[in-house]
Design a protein around this ligand. Structure first.
Ligand SMILES: [Zn+2]
Length: 230
């Protein structure tokens, strides 16, 4: 199985928010604005940050790294992908078994009546205050992503644990493996007799336990791996 983080989407033009940003949001801390408390207390402030982010993510396309993992799954070599990313690019690339432990921007849900809206429908919901409100009940509509301060989705976490436990090999891609819950998953694979291969720039806590560590460009490394298997 594969475990992916922000690094796999960088070649698609999605910056890792932990790296310094330039431009209008350079001085905004996502951990402060993309927080459930801000969504509940000051939804206009939340959406002033998240609405442009929604737009910019909605336009992005999968890259050779996402496509390589989808190719491995088609060949029966990959059971699934666990991802921290909310950008839905694994699904766009054709991966079928995708566990999104931080949710996805694919849908948004009304907190009052549970009406669900696809990513293409959310823009029409904004009122003059810049808040997305439900067509049916005028309740607050929230992206189906895990905000800071929110619980992780228990079902996705259970699926991720199960995939990690039965993996012969966990291919860790583009994650520094320090953020909960994915930080614990390589350990689950190791404890169950599996091995680790890491394709990530910079150190991870599991480098000494990995059978293989690659530090090149992620899309190039994964493309080369797929070509070598052909
Ligand atoms: Zn509603």
């Amino acid at each position: 199985m594969a475990l992916t983080g922000a690094g796999i989407s960088v070649p698609s033009g999605i910056p890792d928010f932990r790296t310094p940003e330039t431009g209008i949001w350079a001085n905004v801390d996502p951990m402060e604005v993309a927080h459930i408390d801000v969504f509940e207390r000051d939804p206009a402030r939340f959406w002033s940050y998240y609405r442009p982010r929604f737009h910019s993510l909605g336009d992005k396309e999968p890259n050779a790294g996402h496509e390589a993992l989808a190719g491995l799954e088609r060949r029966g070599l990959l059971d699934g992908v666990i991802t921290q990313n909310i950008d839905r690019l694994h699904r766009a690339a054709g991966s079928r078994n995708v566990v999104e432990v931080h949710g996805s921007i694919e849908t948004s849900t009304c907190r009052e009546c549970a009406a669900s809206y696809g990513i293409g429908e959310v823009e029409a919901l904004f009122d003059e205050r810049g808040i997305a409100v439900c067509d049916a009940c005028e309740g607050a509509v929230k992206p189906d992503v895990v905000l800071f301060g929110e619980m992780l989705p228990t079902r996705a976490i259970a699926q991720a644990q199960e995939l990690a436990a039965r993996a012969e090999l966990m291919l860790c891609v583009g994650s520094s493996l320090v953020v909960h819950p994915v930080a614990a998953l390589p350990g689950v694979t190791l404890e169950n007799g599996g091995r680790l291969a890491i394709v990530t720039k910079g150190p991870t806590p599991y480098d000494d336990d990995a059978t293989l560590k690659l530090e090149g460009e992620i899309d190039a490394e994964l493309s080369a791996m797929l070509a070598a298997l052909a």
